[in-house]
Design a protein around this ligand. Structure first.
Ligand SMILES: *[C@@H]1O[C@H](CO)[C@@H](O)[C@H](O)[C@H]1NC(C)=O
Ligand SMILES: *[C@@H]1O[C@H](CO)[C@@H](O)[C@H](O)[C@H]1NC(C)=O
Length: 436
């Protein structure tokens, strides 16, 4: 009987340890899932700018850790930017009425600000996507899928917008990527998204013929199961250098507005001007509505961009993000294209804080050796609003497991020893009552 009891105790002990390790692993392990957008059929010169509703995405109450994407062909091979230019991809979150067909009964769940029109996405970049880090360090994550926030009768969904331009055989590849109106058959000057709509066509070299190409946006989502005891939420803010800010005036009951134009043009500095002087600088200042700690920052610029910096009040740099230009031919290193943007990850030793109402200034520089149309300068910020409590880090939480389990194991052993000793002394085969 004592032997039986010992087996029972050991089994319980094993179950306790097993339970501890599996629950810890489930909450803290970063999972990775790879998905593919619906097929996009391209042909030389063609623009595709479509929204894909209800795209595949990890379900449940989770914390997003990163989102990376790239264009691939049918075999899964990366498509280089000089074949199909990825103008942008944007991922928006929405709530849709359950069982409703179509996309009319849904509302976009905007990020935390600050533009009123557009720029409501959770994630989104462009050509630089392959070499731009989007990883959110522990203990932070973007919280989604919280059942408490999803209205009754609705479900959470994700809509992916992919804007791609097939520049094979183009008369002016860079002009096509900058959506220059004349190249798309519009008579107006300049360029921008309005001149390269879905199904638009950029001018090809005379007599050029090329095959259709089936491509996909392949995206990789990293996430953790949500656990409010070990993860802190971050909020997403997108700033835009073209923001037209109207100051709040409480005495008149006027709230602040941010009208973001998203795109702008860069005029050429003209021939004969010294090379180093040919920089177009745009900047905007406004009062930031909330305070918080910067967890991650990155800028977004198009080809021609030479850097963007966000400053706090008094000129304190918050984050500088610089473009990485490709130098070769292969995907991820295409010459002439921005293939990555540098990022900012303030450390706990050197935290970067923004206070409520602080005046922020966003500066964007482009080379003006040549003119550019439809360029952008956005700044994507992740802010934590709660000071990090002394939370266990990912590593220390795992090393805590033995510390927590060992006292239980020791207690189990002591119980077994006492029971065995007690049974031995009494010679009692009905040893169960022996346990007090
Ligand atoms: C949705 O449809 C399913 C099956 O068609 C049904 O069982 C369910 O009750 C419906 N839900 C709502 C909210 O209408
Ligand atoms: C922008 O260019 C100006 C003039 O060349 C320079 O002083 C400034 O430091 C640059 N800023 C950024 C963010 O690159």
């Amino acid at each position: 009987m004592a032997a039986n009891l010992a087996i029972i105790m050991i089994t319980i002990l094993f179950l306790v340890i097993h339970h501890q390790t599996t629950t810890m692993a489930a909450t803290n392990v970063v999972k990775t899932e790879v998905f593919r957008s619906p097929e996009i059929v391209m042909e030389p010169g063609l623009v595709s700018n479509k929204n894909y509703f209800k795209v595949d995405f990890p379900g449940g109450h989770i914390g997003l850790k990163s989102f990376n994407a790239e264009l691939v062909d049918e075999r899964g091979d990366p498509v280089p930017l000089h074949q199909v230019y990825l103008h942008h991809w944007v991922l928006n979150r929405y709530f849709a009425r359950r069982n409703s067909s179509g996309d009319n009964d849904l509302s976009i769940v905007r990020n935390s600000g600050i533009c009123e029109n557009g720029l409501s996405q959770y994630f989104g970049v462009g050509a630089e996507t392959r070499r731009t880090s989007t990883y959110i360090p522990h203990p932070y994550a973007i919280q989604v899928g919280d059942p408490a926030t999803i209205p009754e009768g609705y479900e959470e969904g994700w809509v992916l917008n992919v804007h791609a331009i097939d520049t094979r055989g183009a008369d002016d590849k860079m002009g096509c990527t900058e959506c220059r109106c004349d190249l798309y058959g519009f008579s107006e000057a300049g360029g921008g998204l309005h001149c390269c709509p879905d199904d638009g066509r950029c001018r090809l070299k005379q007599g050029f013929h090329g095959e259709n190409k089936r491509i996909y946006l392949r995206y990789t989502v990293k996430y953790v199961e949500w656990d409010s005891s070990s993860i802190l939420p971050v909020d997403i803010y997108i700033l835009d250098v073209t923001d037209v800010w109207t100051k709040a005036d409480q005495s008149k009951g006027i709230r602040a507005t941010h009208h973001c134009k998203v795109e702008y043009g860069v005029e050429s500095c003209g021939g004969g001007v010294e090379k180093d002087g040919c920089v177009d600088t745009e900047s905007v200042s406004f009062s930031f509505p909330v305070g918080g700690e910067v967890v991650y920052g990155v800028g977004h610029q198009h080809a021609g961009g030479v850097g963007t910096t966000l400053y706090g009040q008094g000129g304190r740099p918050i984050c500088s993000s610089k473009p990485i230009y490709g130098e070769g031919n292969e995907a991820g290193n295409e010459v002439g294209f921005i293939v990555g943007m540098s990022t900012c990850y303030p450390t706990p030793d050197a935290p970067v804080k923004i206070s409520v109402g602080e005046t922020l200034t966003l500066v964007s520089n482009y080379s003006s050796l040549e003119s550019h149309t439809g360029v952008m300068a956005l700044f994507y910020l992740l802010l934590a609003h709660t000071d990090p409590k002394p939370l266990p880090t990912l590593a220390s939480k795992f090393t805590m497991v033995p510390e927590f389990v060992w006292p239980v194991a020791l207690l189990g052993l002591v119980v077994i020893v006492i029971v065995v000793a007690w049974n031995g002394r009494n010679g009692n085969s009905e040893g169960y009552e022996a346990i007090p």
